[in-house]
Design a protein around this ligand. Structure first.
Ligand code: G3H
Ligand code: 13P
Ligand code: ZN
Length: 328
C-alpha cells in the first residue's frame, strides 16, 4: 500500500532502523527493489528525480509505482519526488499522487546555484503548507552536497551545486538546522556531511576529515525528533567496478560511502538513505558481463533480467545492512 514518508520514517525512528530510498526510472529497477523488499520483508521508499520524469514520463512512473503497490499489497511504499527545485514542481508531483516530495531549496530553481537561508526557508515552508494540506510529507535540505576533499560541488550528471563551495556550505550547522525545522515544519531534513552524488565521491577510502559522520551526531543531538536524510550515499562497491572494468568498461579508481559508516549514521538519527549510483553500477556490470559472455544473444529481456538480478542483490544487501529487513 502507498503510505506517506512521515508514517514510514516515524516507524523507522521508533524501531531504530534506516530505509534506503532507491531512485527509479524504469521497470527493472522497480521490480528489483520490490522483489528485494519482498524477500527481506522491508518497507520501501522509491524516488523519482527530474531526470527520471524526463526519461520515463511522469504518467509511466506513477503507474510503475501503482503497479508495485498492486503486485505487493502487503509492503508499505512511500512514493517520493527527489530534489524538487520549486514549490510548483512539488505541487505537480502532489497532484500526480506522490506521497512525499523533496523541496531542495539549498539550490535555486536551476538546481545549481547555492541559495541563502531565507530563500530556502521560504520555499520549503510554502511547500510544507501545500503538501501537509494533502497528507503529503516534505523533505527539506540544509547545506550543499559537495566534496570536502576537493572543495568541488561536482555532480557529473547535473544534480547538485556547480563550482566551488566553502567548507561551511558543505557541512550543515546544527543550530541552523534546529531553526530551519522550527521555521518550516518539514518532516525530514537532508544534511550535508561531505558526500556528493554519483560514482566519484572520494579518491581514497573516506576518513573523518572528508566524511563527517560526527556532524550527524551533533545535529541529531540538537534535533532528536527530526528524521535525517543522507544523500549521495552509494557505497560504490569495488566488486561491481571490477566487473565493469573486466568486461570493457573504463571507470577510474573511486570510493563511495562505506556501508558501516551509514550504519553509524543510522544509530544517530539517519532514517532515509539515498542510493542511485550503486544500482546503476550493478546494472551496467551485469549487462556488460552477459553480453560479453553471450555475444549471440539479442533478446533485451535476457540482459535486462541480468541487470535486475544485479540490482536485486544490492537492494537485499542494503535492506539488511540498514536494519530495514523484517520491518514491513
Ligand atoms: O539526485 C541524484 C540522483 O542520482 C538522480 O539522478 O537526475 O540523473 O536521475 P538523475
Ligand atoms: P548516489 O549518487 O550516491 O547514489 O546518491 C543518490 C541521491 O542522493 C539521490 O538523491
Ligand atoms: Zn540527492
Amino acid at each position: 500500500a502507498l503510505i506517506s514518508m512521515r508514517q514510514l520514517l516515524d516507524h523507522a525512528a521508533e524501531h531504530g532502523y534506516g530505509v534506503p530510498a532507491f531512485n527509479v526510472n524504469n521497470l527493472e529497477q522497480m521490480r528489483a527493489i520490490m522483489m528485494a523488499a519482498n524477500k527481506t520483508d522491508s518497507p520501501v521508499i522509491v524516488q523519482a528525480s527530474a531526470g527520471a520524469r524526463k526519461y520515463a514520463g511522469a504518467p509511466f512512473l506513477r503507474r510503475l509505482m501503482e503497479g508495485a503497490a498492486e503486485e505487493w499489497p502487503h509492503i508499505p511504499i512511500a512514493v517520493h519526488q527527489d530534489h524538487g527545485t520549486s514549490p510548483a514542481v512539488c505541487q505537480r508531483s502532489i497532484q500526480l499522487g506522490f506521497t512525499s516530495v523533496m523541496m531542495d531549496g539549498s539550490l535555486g530553481e536551476d538546481g545549481k546555484t547555492p541559495m541563502d537561508y531565507d530563500y530556502n526557508m521560504g520555499v520549503t515552508r510554502k511547500t510544507v503548507e501545500m503538501a501537509h494540506a494533502c497528507g503529503v510529507s516534505v523533505e527539506g535540505e540544509l547545506g550543499c552536497l559537495g566534496s570536502l576533499e576537493s572543495g568541488e560541488a561536482g555532480e557529473e550528471d547535473g544534480v547538485g551545486a556547480a563550482g566551488k563551495l566553502s567548507h561551511d556550505q558543505m557541512l550543515t550547522d546544527p543550530e541552523e538546522a534546529a531553526q530551519f525545522v522550527k521555521d518550516t515544519y518539514c518532516d525530514a531534513l537532508a544534511i550535508a556531511i561531505g558526500t556528493s552524488h554519483g560514482a566519484y565521491k572520494f579518491t581514497r577510502p573516506p576518513t573523518g576529515d572528508i566524511l563527517a559522520i560526527d556532524r550527524i551526531k551533533e545535529i541529531h543531538a540538537r534535533i532528536p525528533d527530526t528524521h535525517l536524510v543522507m544523500h549521495g550515499s552509494s557505497s560504490v562497491p569495488q566488486e561491481w567496478l571490477d566487473i565493469i572494468n573486466q568486461y570493457g568498461g573504463e571507470i577510474p579508481e573511486t570510493y563511495g560511502v562505506p556501508v558501516e559508516e551509514i550504519a553509524e549514521g543510522i544509530r544517530h538519527g539517519v532514517r532515509k538513505v539515498n542510493v542511485d549510483t550503486d544500482l546503476r553500477l550493478a546494472a551496467t556490470g551485469s549487462v556488460r558481463r552477459f553480453l560479453a559472455e553471450n555475444p549471440a544473444e539479442f533478446d533485451p529481456r535476457k540482459f535486462l533480467k541480468e541487470a535486475l538480478a544485479g540490482m536485486y542483490d544490492v537492494c537485499v544487501k542494503r535492506y539488511e545492512a540498514f536494519g530495514t529487513a523484517g520491518n514491513a
